[in-house]
Design a protein around this ligand. Structure first.
Ligand SMILES: [Zn+2]
Length: 297
């Protein structure tokens, strides 16, 4: 059974309306309704699969077996982007604090943590997915946990990171409150999320791959992130773009919009939309995906 939210999961406002129906192109092919909060502008899947029943929506097996040569190249591109983004992420936290303590929530297979540790950070990773966690433990046996509750109460960090994770978390307010309780009094919270107001999101509309329903439960506008900081006692220090994301998201979106298009036209269109999206963004915060750097108040 799915669950229906009666209040906004970010600001608890009851002023919520159906906004658009989006198809899960990647796995189930089902349609999901996104609601919009009249107060904080958050878009959220509603109704949504419960936490204990969302697992199958992460099972991409079918998707892989039906894809053509576009898939292998897209995967290759994804790996390339991931590698360069690891260095970028470590560079970012090095710019905030010199080799302090780091908690990465939703650490996946822990490549980022491994590199941070190599650059003298004390690291801790949390990964709820059993499969990814097993791989993470293989790299960092002592540092990886399955959930927030396992982190010792008194453990506090200089930096907590959530890279493309917040949009997947069912208990949004509870999780953020717990996370910030593990932040030092002058600690940093770094959050990367897709931007539903970006030019590529507007171009693809309901076919925008950044929606990725029902795996993405929320989409944060600039205003949502302003409400986020006041709700959780944070102060926005600055935003930074993730410039490669517009290309990758556009490439997936091209396939959703025109499933029968050839590889060359798909790549060409994706490149153009991705390039234009970055160009139009013009200022930090308007890109396809953004990194928000908050400081605890
Ligand atoms: Zn709201």
């Amino acid at each position: 059974m799915s669950e229906r939210l009666l209040k906004c999961p970010l600001c608890k406002s009851g002023d919520i309306l159906n906004h658009v129906v989006v198809t899960d192109h990647a796995v189930s092919k089902k349609g999901f309704t996104l609601c919009r909060c009249g107060d904080c502008e958050l878009l959220f899947t509603n109704p949504r699969p419960k936490e204990e029943e969302i697992g199958p929506y992460y099972d991409f097996k079918e998707y892989y077996s039906h894809e053509d040569q576009v898939r292998s190249f897209t995967q290759w591109l994804y790996q390339k982007i991931r590698k360069s983004s690891i260095q970028r992420k470590v560079g970012l936290i090095n710019g905030l604090v010199k080799s302090g303590s780091l908690l990465d929530y939703g650490c996946g297979t822990a490549e980022f943590l491994q590199e941070a540790k190599r650059q003298r950070w004390t690291v801790r990773g949390i990964e709820p997915s059993e499969k990814a966690r097993a791989q993470a433990i293989g790299k960092l046996p002592a540092e990886i946990l399955g959930n927030l509750a396992e982190v010792p109460e008194q453990e506090v960090y200089d930096v907590v990171t959530l890279f493309h994770v917040l949009e997947h978390v069912h208990s949004l307010r509870k999780t953020v409150k717990k996370i910030t309780s593990h932040l030092k009094s002058d600690g940093y919270l770094v959050i990367a999320v897709p931007n539903p107001e970006s030019a590529d999101a507007k171009h693809y509309g309901k076919d925008w791959a950044g929606y990725d329903v029902p795996r993405h439960l929320y989409h944060f506008s600039e205003k949502s992130m302003t409400i986020f900081q006041s709700e959780f006692g944070m102060e926005l220090v600055r935003t930074e773009p993730l410039v490669y994301d517009s290309y990758y998201v556009s490439l997936l979106s091209e396939g959703y919009k025109k499933p029968n298009s050839g590889m060359i036209s798909r790549y060409l269109n994706a490149f153009l939309v991705g390039y234009r999206s970055n160009k139009k963004a013009a200022k930090p915060g308007n890109y396809s995906s953004n990194i928000f750097i908050f400081k605890k108040k």
